[in-house]
Write a protein that binds this ligand. Structure first.
Ligand code: GLN
Length: 192
């Protein structure tokens, strides 16, 4: 069984656990300690509030062990606030983040609550069918480094990208009924 963790400090944890439990061969686990970080085969950084999550990473002394595992190649997927944590550069730049992925991310890029919306898009690397995309006070990626593959753009803004073992999405597949991004992420294990 592949142990796929969801960082469970704050945010939409149970929705990711439910999605992962649909995938055969995957054992989903909530992750709260450095020891648990060292035991998983891959980790999801969920959506929520990135400033709070950044503070909790520092308060629970998880920042360096998490960063080290990602740099050593553990597959990681940041959804929304999780994507903000992965980014090397933030607009505005005023909070703790892991700074591991070569992307520049604009927070609350669609405005606040009113900026939440749903759409669908075809993301050929992820699914042969269009999938539903749910944006909740979402960031988007302003620019990417050379090693980063852009997976999806909506209205010319980058909303999904991959750099080796790191996947980032502005949107929340875990609140839809479609598990193809979760399956794509599990497929990254052992290949990065
Ligand atoms: N706006 C939030 C932040 O900046 C992210 C929202 C989300 O994860 N749904 O952290």
């Amino acid at each position: 069984m592949l142990k796929v963790g969801v960082l469970a400090l704050q945010g939409s944890v149970s929705e990711h656990i439910d999605m992962l439990s649909r995938i055969e061969g995957v054992c989903p686990v909530e992750v709260k300690t450095s020891e648990q970080i060292s035991e998983v085969d891959a980790l999801i950084l969920p959506g929520g509030e990135s400033t709070t999550m950044g503070k909790l990473l520092v308060a629970f002394d998880l920042q360096s062990s998490l960063k080290k595992r990602i740099i050593d190649g553990m597959p990681v997927w940041g959804t929304c606030a999780g994507m903000i944590l992965l980014a090397s550069k933030l607009l505005p730049e005023a909070q703790t983040h892991l700074a591991v992925m070569d992307i520049c991310v604009k927070r609350n890029a669609y405005g606040s609550q009113a900026g939440s919306f749903e759409t669908t898009a075809l993301i050929p690397s992820i699914s042969p069918q269009p999938i539903p995309l749910a944006f909740i006070r979402a960031p988007y990626i302003e620019s990417v480094g050379e090693q980063v593959e852009i997976l999806c753009k909506i209205d010319n803004n980058i909303v999904a990208a991959r750099e080796n073992n790191m996947l980032a999405t502005s949107f929340h597949p875990e609140v839809t009924d479609d598990d193809s991004v979760h399956r794509y992420f599990v497929g990254m294990i052992g290949k990065s």
